[in-house]
Design a protein around this ligand. Structure first.
Ligand SMILES: Nc1ncnc2c1ncn2[C@@H]1O[C@H](COP(=O)(O)OP(=O)(O)OP(=O)(O)O)[C@@H](O)[C@H]1O
Ligand SMILES: [Mg+2]
Length: 421
């Protein structure tokens, strides 16, 4: 390729003996300067003849194609076109085509074939130039590395996003585990407290019972026939029966804190529910509360302590009773449904259309001694004890509630917690 430009160069350096008037020397100097620029350009530069043959090539083109300059010169440009049947052409790129050298413009993601069989991705800029031998001047910028980095960046980005999602998941699991631990800690503290109270109260209670019986035996015969004798007798009977009630609560607390010696057996969940409902039947009728059952036809028995299970349902049912009463409509519905789950589990859902809970109440409902009920009506122990009993069976209990609409407790229990190890 000749690159010639006229330029006013004063110094006469050619060997024309002065005949060219200095212009030849200036041209020669300029051509050598342009040649250096052409050769040293960091982008590959190629000129192509109208017949599609490579004409001039610079150092970068040599490097990019792997061919030597003299091997490239005179070669059809089609020799640089990769055959998609023989080599892999990256997606979203297209193979070099001879037509590209006829239409000026910039072509992105063009695949060219190197002499070692590898494919490189280039950005191809074509200009039509006015020289006798080469109408097309093509600049090829190697984009293979850039494209590889782009792809790597996309992969890394996807990996990072996956890692982030994974981290979020782990975080949520950790938080729920933490909550379970906190609840377990509260239950342990409650257990110790209950055991302590049970122990401390039992002795004075037995003392009261003893003195009341003493009065029955000694004082009542002396009062016989006198005014107020029958009232005194009734009072003493009331004292003894109240003490007995307290003693049974203490027994219950003791049973709750006793860990390994509890008696478990194959237990029918529906029977435990029915027993609990039986205890509250009169109260339900008095408050216009209707119970709907959606029991599974063949619910498997579960390995549990039937009395404790019954106690859980009594706690839920009394809470539902109170919530329906608090709603003030004079009636309400409790719906209890059971179903079998995969993995040898069962589920009991216990809903009411009572007053519901605020978000704050819901978040504290399982806390020991948390109650919104007036003094004397609630101790705030029903749900935390229920939580403890369900946990002992390796089960879970969760609550959903909406103020003014109602509450649903969902209990999940394994058929046999011993299988879980
Ligand atoms: N079904 C329900 N509907 C609305 N609120 C409820 C329901 N169940 C429980 N709660 C709320 O959760 C609190 C704690 O319930 P929990 O059964 O532990 O204690 P309690 O009923 O207040 O007292 P206790 O059960 O010891 O008699 C209740 O005071 C009440 O605010
Ligand atoms: Mg309660």
């Amino acid at each position: 390729m000749r690159i010639a430009r006229k330029s006013p160069v004063e110094k006469h350096e050619c060997k024309c003996g002065g005949r060219c008037g200095g212009a030849g020397a200036a041209d020669a100097a300029l051509e050598s300067k342009y040649r250096i620029i052409f050769e040293q350009a960091s982008d590959a530069i190629v000129t192509v003849t109208p017949d599609g043959l490579v004409d001039a090539v610079n150092n970068a083109a040599e490097e990019m194609t792997g061919w030597l300059k003299n091997e490239l010169k005179g070669k059809p440009v089609t020799d640089l076109v990769p055959d998609p049947d023989r080599v892999h052409i990256p997606s979203r790129s297209r193979p070099l085509a001879r037509e590209m050298f006829k239409i000026p413009g910039t072509y992105e993601d063009v695949a060219i074939l190197r002499n070692d069989g590898y494919v490189r991705l280039v950005e191809l800029s074509v200009r039509l130039v006015q020289t006798a031998d080469a109408p097309a001047l093509a600049v090829l910028r190697d984009m293979t590395e850039k494209k590889r980095m782009e792809r790597e960046l996309i992969t890394k980005h996807a990996e990072l996003r996956n890692a982030y999602v994974q981290l979020e998941k782990q975080n949520a699991e950790r938080e729920s585990m933490q909550q379970t631990l906190v609840q377990a800690g509260k239950m342990a503290a409650l257990g110790e407290l209950a055991a302590g109270i049970a122990h401390e109260l039992n002795q004075p209670l037995q003392g009261i019972r003893g003195y009341a019986q003493e009065l029955q035996a000694v004082a009542l015969p002396l009062l016989r026939g006198r005014e107020g004798a029958s009232e005194s007798e009734a009072c003493l009977r009331e004292v003894i029966s109240s003490v007995d009630k307290m003693a049974s609560i203490i027994d219950y607390l003791r049973a709750f804190t006793r860990k390994s010696t509890e008696h478990h057996e194959e237990t029918d969940v529906h029977t435990a529910i029915e027993e609990a409902l039986k205890m509250l039947a009169r109260q339900f009728t008095a408050r216009g509360i209707r119970v709907e059952r959606g029991f599974a036809a063949a619910l498997p028995r579960i390995y549990a302590n039937p009395l404790q299970l019954e106690q859980v349902f009594i706690n839920l049912a009394t809470n539902a009773r109170d919530a329906i009463e608090a709603a003030g409509r004079g009636s309400g519905v409790i719906r209890i449904a059971t179903r079998r789950l995969d993995g040898r589990m069962i589920e009991i859902s216990f809903s009411d259309d009572g007053a519901g809970m605020s978000e704050r109440t819901r978040s504290k409902a399982f806390n020991p001694f948390f109650t919104t009920k007036e003094v004397g009506k609630g101790m705030g122990l029903g749900l935390s004890l229920s939580y403890g009993m369900v946990s002992k069976l390796h089960g879970s209990i969760v609550v959903e509630s909406e103020l003014g609409r109602g509450t649903t407790f969902v209990i999940r229990l394994p058929e046999d917690f011993r299988e879980l190890g």
